[in-house]
Structure formats: C-alpha cells, structure tokens
Design a binder for this molecule. Structure first.
Ligand code: 4AD
Ligand code: MG
Length: 482
C-alpha cells in the first residue's frame, strides 16, 4: 500500500504514455468545459501541456461546483473509453479537490469560439486558451531548436544591449529612453539620465559585429523595438529578432546558406515534436472539419517548403523584371530603384517559390542602410550585397547582408547617409558611431549576417494570420495594454 500520494501527471503525459499505475492517477488542471447528464457528468480538463484535453467522468455531485476555469486536482483511474474515436481513455474520478474556484458569471473565457479581436482585449487571460498555450510551447520548442542548431555550428550565443546610442537601420523609427522624472537622477548633468539621447535597439547587428570580431560567429534572440506606424498583420512595436553574425566570410551565398540550414533544422525539429504535430494537425476551437483539413494541407506545404533543399535565389533586378509585366495588378508600380512593397513580395514569394522560401538579393544601394557592402558586379547600377528572404502571405521574414568592412569606404558611406559631417576630422565629429568605425581600424575582415523576424516566422509556421496573436502581450501603434 502507498503511504504517499502519486505525483500529478501532465495531461500530455497521460494522453501519450500509459500511466505507471492506471488505478491511481493524479492530474492537476483547469476545467475547460462541463457537460452534465442525469447520472454522470463529463468534464474536459486541460493544463496547457496539450492542445487536446482529457475527458474526466464525474458524478453529478462531484461536478456541482465546477465551471469553466476552475482549478482542480483529480484522482482516479485511467480507463479505455467506450468511444475511442473521441478519446482513447478517460479518467474515472474518485477524488476531487477544488484548488481555485472560478465564477462562471464573470470569467471571460467560456466554452465557445472567441474571436481573435476579443481575445486581444484580454491578453492576460488569452494564453489560457488551448490554442494560445500551444503557441507558447511552440515558441519554446522553436528556441530549443535554434539553440541546438547554433551550438552544433560552434556559434556563441551573446546578449547585446537593449539601450543603445544609435539607430542601426537609420530609418528614424527609434523609441527614445527617458527617466520618468526627467533630470532627477542626474541633477548636475544636462538633465538626461545618460547625458545624451538613448534609444531602444532596432537591431543588435552593430554590437554583434563587435562580438563576432571577438569569438568568431555569434547569435542572439533579442527584444527589438520599432516605432513604425504600420498597422499591419506583420508589424509590432516590440518583437523578437534572431540575429547572427559571421566573421571571415567572403561570399554572401554562405550567409544565405546559413539561413537556409538554420530554418531547415528548426522546421525538421519542430516537425518531429509533439507541439509541431499539434499545430499541423490538431483541432482548434471553432474549427469546421473542412476548414481544418484545408489548413493542415496548407501548413504541410509551408513546412515541406522550409524543410526542402536549395531555395530559389533571384536578384532584385530579376525580381523587378518579373513584376513589371504585371504592373496593373499592383497598387504601387514596380520600378527599379524603389523598395519592394508587400504586394510585390507576395507575388514573388508565391510565383517563384512554389512552396519554398525565396531569396531576393542585391537591392539598390540608395534604399539600403549605410553598413552594407557594395556589390562588385556591373558598375552601371549601384547595388549592395544584401538579401531578403520572402515567404507567401507573411512576405519578408529575414534581412541580411555583407558588411562594409573597410575603413575608408565605410566613412564615405556614412558621409553619404549624413551620419557624419562631410569633412569630419576629429574623434568628436564621428559622433555616436565612433566605436563602430573603430572596429574597422584593427583586424577588420570580411563579414556578414542576418536578422530573422522570429514572431513572423512563428506566425507563418503556425498559420496564424496576424502577428498580434503570436506575441503574448502585443504592442503596436496606439496599443500597449498590459
Ligand atoms: O530587415 P531588418 O530591418 O534587418 C535588420 O534590422 C538587420 N540589421 C538585421 C541584421 O542583419 N542583423 O529586420 C530583420 C527582420 C525583418 O526581415 C522582419 O522579419 C523583422 O525583422 N521585422 C519585424 N517583425 C515584426 N515587427 C516589425 N515591426 C518588424 N520589423 C522588422
Ligand atoms: Mg528588411
């Protein structure tokens, strides 16, 4: 006989593996829904470990005070279900403890379909829904996969700063950092805490370049902030960017292959994981059978594309010539020299890719940041060694480039971009990026890297159309609720 209570099993564990002692099972979880009949009640119980709930069989007396959201500890026996199509086993409850009650009259999450717009109004509760908790586990598993990939390639994971003194991308979309009571912290200085304007980082790239000169190849998955007033399904003010920087690399193709290998490794790992399969084939709340199978098919296509070899690589100039014959389809006329709009990227991704992500390389120099290395191809049109990776619907998920590693050309590019005065001579003239220029003075070698919009990638792989559902507490223009 036991003298101690068995340790609780997670719902996922129970659904996947026969319990060691089927007649003595304990589970902690939350009631998702309850269905009462005359003789017995059926509760659907989840604990966030599984998209699928377990079914618990109770007496009407046991079920009396249970409602959606109640936290319970259930003990009982795990028995084959009479309806194996719905679930293979069910829990015949013997003991029930209510650990946390929930008033069904006020609890906003009920057993019914809640729209994404409604759930966005309660981000502190929405992660309790089966699908949103699955997205949390998906993110965690994705981080485990990229960590594994980079460790296998001897990359060092680093923590670059969040507060910076420069705008890496030069797009003027930085949030500035102030103390709540301006001036109080440094009474004797010019009134600001850091003595000069500081910003939340828009990219860790410049700092990663410094670190790559120290340990070779580096990566980070860091919070990134952009004050873009874009109210699209792809833009957030705060998001996670996965960035890597490789030193001693001559060819941009190598950096693109690194991106490919990383995303292939990540997707394969997810494909073979429980949570990956839940997202590909699991039932989501509000699903109609037909729509669910369509979604599964589409997701399989996306994942197979990510796991495939040799993704198409075309130049920006080629992209423009593919777009031009279809000009009338677009709101913005595609033209050499202008950036690719989302509608253009969508067209390229779906027509060139055939399910595979597509690299577009060598954009015009004039529309790209100061740090990019000019391409060594034809001299008539100035382009830089850069690339974007495009996928259907979500469009750009990665941006990368070779960096200008030579001192003099970097200084001229910075002059052209107005980052330093035309005839800068003293150290002060070099401004807030003096440290970055320094990197070119001692032991500078060809290098390059990329940044992956992590939340965009997760949205693409999970088939969630809006990035606001991918991030737990999303922030965008006009919205930062809790
Ligand atoms: O293309 P971006 O601007 O590239 C850089 O910042 C480089 N310095 C990265 C590097 O080379 N280390 O941003 C990289 C990716 C984009 O491709 C996009 O997926 C994502 O970051 N991104 C956003 N994701 C969500 N919300 C936003 N507002 C985003 N802006 C960019
Ligand atoms: Mg970009």
């Amino acid at each position: 006989p036991r003298s101690y209570a068995p340790a609780p099993l997670s719902v996922a564990h129970l659904l996947d593996t026969p319990p060691p002692d089927p007649d003595n099972v304990t589970v902690n979880g939350f009631i998702r829904s309850i269905r009462n009949q005359k003789q017995r009640s059926f509760a659907s119980v989840g604990d966030g470990s599984s998209l699928e709930p377990l079914q618990a069989l109770l007496t009407p007396e046991q079920a009396q005070n249970l409602s959606t959201g109640t936290a319970v500890r259930l003990t009982g026996s795990w028995r084959p279900s009479p309806n194996p199509k719905a679930q293979s086993h069910e829990l015949h409850v013997v003991g029930l403890d209510i650990l946390g009650s929930a008033d069904s009259a006020t609890f906003p999450l009920q057993k019914k379909y809640h729209s994404p717009e409604f759930l966005r109004t309660i981000p502190h509760l929405r992660t309790r829904t089966p699908f949103n908790s699955t997205l949390l586990r998906f993110r965690s598993q994705s981080i485990a996969q990229v960590t594994d990939f980079f460790a296998g390639r001897d990359f060092t994971q680093t923590h670059p700063p969040i507060i910076t003194s420069s705008d890496c991308e030069g797009a003027g979309e930085v949030f500035s950092v102030e103390t709540a009571e301006k001036g109080r912290a440094t009474a004797e200085s010019d009134g600001s805490f850091f003595r000069s304007p500081k910003y939340l980082t828009v990219s860790s790239q410049l700092h990663l370049e410094a670190l790559a000169q120290s340990v070779g190849s580096v990566w980070t998955l860091s919070p990134t902030f952009r004050a873009e007033k874009s109210e699209t399904a792809r833009h957030l003010s705060e998001f996670y960017m996965l960035e890597a920087e490789v030193n001693f690399v001559e060819e941009m193709e190598e950096v693109m292959s690194l991106v490919e290998d990383m995303l292939r490794h990540l997707t394969k790992g997810l494909y073979n994981s429980r949570v990956g399969q839940e997202l590909l084939h699991g039932k989501r709340s509000g699903d109609q059978a037909e729509e669910a199978s369509k979604r599964s098919e589409e997701l399989e296509r996306r994942w197979q594309g990510m796991m495939s070899e040799s993704w198409p690589r075309i130049t920006y100039t080629e992209a423009i010539s593919l777009l031009e014959p279809h000009s009338e389809k677009f709101e913005h006329v595609p033209k050499w020299g202008s950036g690719l709009q989302a509608e253009h990227e969508r067209f390229i991704a779906s027509t060139v890719g055939n399910g595979q992500p597509v690299f577009v390389t060598n954009y015009p120099k004039a529309i790209k940041p100061f740090y990019m290395l000019p391409s060594s191809t034809d001299g008539s049109r100035e382009t830089v060694d850069c690339f974007d990776l495009l996928v259907p619907e979500v469009c750009e998920i990665v941006g990368g480039s070779m960096r200008e590693h030579r001192l003099e050309p970097l200084l001229s590019s910075m002059r052209e971009h107005g980052l330093i005065p035309p005839n800068a001579s003293s150290a002060e003239d070099l401004g807030t990026l003096k440290w970055y220029i320094d990197l070119r003075r001692w032991g500078s070698v060809p290098h390059g890297g990329f940044g992956l919009g992590f939340d965009r990638l997760l949205g693409y792989l999970s088939g969630v159309p809006n990035i606001r559902e991918i991030v737990t507490f999303p922030r965008w223009v006009g919205r930062c609720d809790c």
